[in-house]
Design a protein around this ligand. Structure first.
Ligand SMILES: O=C(O)C(=O)C[C@]1(C(=O)O)C=C[C@@H](O)C=C1
Length: 384
């Protein structure tokens, strides 16, 4: 095959890809029309039966064209997720016209290339407006910027599928005067990044934020006695690696590229599926439509007697409320006292949930609502 033939084939592929994009944009516009119907008729945004029927039909048709089911499923699950999350974000904007302005000033940890920056881009890509990014040095600084009104939103990592809960953030939420208004999950692909042509054997020191160190602990242990230095953020780790030959940082491949670093080794995380969940905080709580999946997060301190936690949790069961997270943390300054963080699949606009929260007061020393927000952890329909 000649270079000319290759160029012609690539030209054809480019044309098809452009047509696909035009069709995807058209599909999105049409789904906005469906949203108008759902708003007017108070219908839930997600229609899993429709998704199931759609996917089954597409898989049948795709197979007749020689495409395999796995491929069709993965492409259309992505399209459907985008459609649902976009409709939900538009609905939320309609419901809170004053809270979501045209400019979003967002405080997050680190700078260029930090995982928090990637999560910020992902979350706000569905929320049109000018993004003003405010990289911060610490989690405290993020909530402080929001509390003072210098940032409209803050992004905080809360849990990771490899390293678990991020305790520092849970502790911060005990006192910060902010409300959780959203969540976003982001797939984190940790790579070992170093200056071009650095061999793994030549690396003497690794820089990383404590979280990537924890999430890649098995890989790090396997390296023997290489030096480690923890940094405030992934962006500062990348900077160190760029300034010091024979050193490396843990970060995403894209972030490394932006700093002139190359991937020495990819896929470092202990778990192959390494996802982080971030919460989005603001000064004021948002109203959440009852047409979308919603989470409510709260902190509570139970009474100091036998069975008090069980009694408190029974309240959720009795009101048919699904609890999806329970985390205990010590109270700073009060040894052996615990507070519990609870995530519920619930909307506080629902009267049943309000009754449950009132009843909860009988079984607790205090309950503090941290926020009620659109849940972005969508469960894909199962067709394969
Ligand atoms: O058909 C609908 O109800 C839509 O909102 C459109 C659509 C889609 O994009 O195809 C999106 C969300 C629903 O869960 C199902 C399908």
């Amino acid at each position: 095959m000649t270079q000319d033939t290759l160029d012609a084939l690539r030209h054809d592929i480019n044309e098809i890809d452009s047509e696909l994009l035009i069709l995807l944009a058209k599909r999105r516009r049409i789904s906005h029309g469906v949203l108008e119907y759902k708003i007017a008729n108070n219908k839930p945004i997600r229609d899993e039966a429709r998704e199931q029927a759609l996917l089954e039909k597409l898989i049948r048709y795709g197979k007749s064209l020689g495409l395999d089911a796995f491929y069709i499923n993965s492409v259309f699950q992505t399209i459907l997720e985008d459609s649902v999350l976009n409709q939900q974000a538009m609905l939320q904007k309609n419901l809170n016209p004053d809270a979501v302005g045209d400019t979003h000033r967002v405080a997050y940890l680190g700078g260029q290339g930090s995982y928090s920056q990637l999560a910020c881009h992902k979350y706000f890509s569905r929320r049109p407006g000018k993004l003003v990014e405010m990289g911060c040095q610490s989690f405290d600084q993020i909530t402080e910027q929001v509390e003072k009104g210098q940032a409209d939103f803050g992004i905080l990592p809360i849990e990771n599928t490899s390293s678990g809960s991020i305790n520092e953030v849970f502790d911060l939420l005990q006192h910060a005067q902010v409300s959780i208004v959203g969540e976003v999950t982001h797939t984190v692909e940790h790579c070992l990044l170093a200056l071009p042509d650095t061999e793994l054997q030549a690396i003497e020191k690794i820089y990383a934020h404590p979280q990537p160190f924890a999430q890649c602990s098995r890989f790090i242990q396997g390296l023997g006695d290489i030096q480690h230095e923890t940094c405030d953020s992934t962006s500062s780790a990348l900077k160190h690696a760029a300034e010091h030959p024979n050193s490396a940082a843990i970060g995403s491949a894209q972030a490394g590229k932006n700093m002139g670093l190359e991937v020495v080794k990819a896929g470092l995380a202990n778990q192959t599926e390494n996802h982080s969940r971030f919460i989005v905080v603001a000064r004021k709580a948002l109203q959440v439509s009852t047409q979308i999946p919603t989470k409510t997060s709260l902190i509570m301190a139970t009474k100091q007697h036998v069975g008090s936690l069980a009694d408190a949790l029974m309240v959720f069961k009795q009101h048919n409320i699904n609890m999806v997270k329970l985390e205990s943390r010590p109270v700073p300054g009060n040894p052996w006292e615990e507070v519990f963080y609870v995530d519920l699949l619930a909307n506080i606009a629902d009267s049943q949930v309000q009754v449950a929260l009132e009843e909860l007061k009988d079984h607790t020393q205090f309950v503090r609502l941290l926020g009620c927000y659109q849940s972005e952890s969508l469960q894909a329909v199962d067709v394969l």
